[in-house]
Design a protein around this ligand. Sequence first.
Ligand code: FMN
Length: 224
Amino acid sequence: MSEMSVFAAMRTLRAVREFTAEPVSDEALRTILDLAVCAPSAGNRQPWEFVVVRDPATRRAIRDYYVQAFQRYRQGVLDQAAAGHPTAQAQVARWERAGAPDRYAEDLHTIPVFLLVCFDRQRLANREDDRAQMTADPGAYASIYPAVQNILLAAHGLGLGAVLTTLHLGYERELKHLLGIPEHVQMAALVTIGHPARRYGPPRRLPAWERTHYERWGQRPPQN
Ligand SMILES: Cc1cc2nc3c(=O)[nH]c(=O)nc-3n(C[C@H](O)[C@H](O)[C@H](O)COP(=O)(O)O)c2cc1C
């Protein structure tokens, strides 16, 4: 297994949606999950629970829900683009150029590993009666997404590819039933992991300094 520097990993991390059929070893998965749990969480409550799915029939069932969610999402974006919404129009243009999210959805079940990253609301709650409140608390998600980012970086560092997805959450109830996940455990992300089918260039992002305000909102930072 190769390793890369943390800066190099962060600078080259991409959402990988095209994979070969090559399997992902349990050794690699263990490394990824050991690094996932190095992440911070509120009060160090460590609410994470991971469900690894390799079974073809289960991956197919998850894929079918994902495709439905993706089609609804895509229709929403298309409607917004038609109504003149610039962000939606940019998204449609990207789909027309790459097409990757469509193929990704259709072929989802062929990706070797589905990693469902969940969090246990009971471990985040301060008191018994906090449990319901934690469901809606954005802090709950803030205690799981650092671990998700570690998963993406660790997979990338091992030469694997992954993408964080959330569209399946529209069918969270059905998926929890499918996987036997208890009521107090909530899904945060589906991360699909495999060997990238191609090389990916660096991520295209807006320059951070252009999005930075100095001392007060609207004041530009030093330009040199
Ligand atoms: C909160 C969140 C939810 C996401 N949900 C999905 C998803 O459901 N499906 C998907 O294909 N990508 C999903 N993504 C991946 C983003 O589309 C991707 O990270 C972004 O477009 C940047 O891609 P890049 O790293 O290749 O530049 C999600 C990313 C985040 C952070």
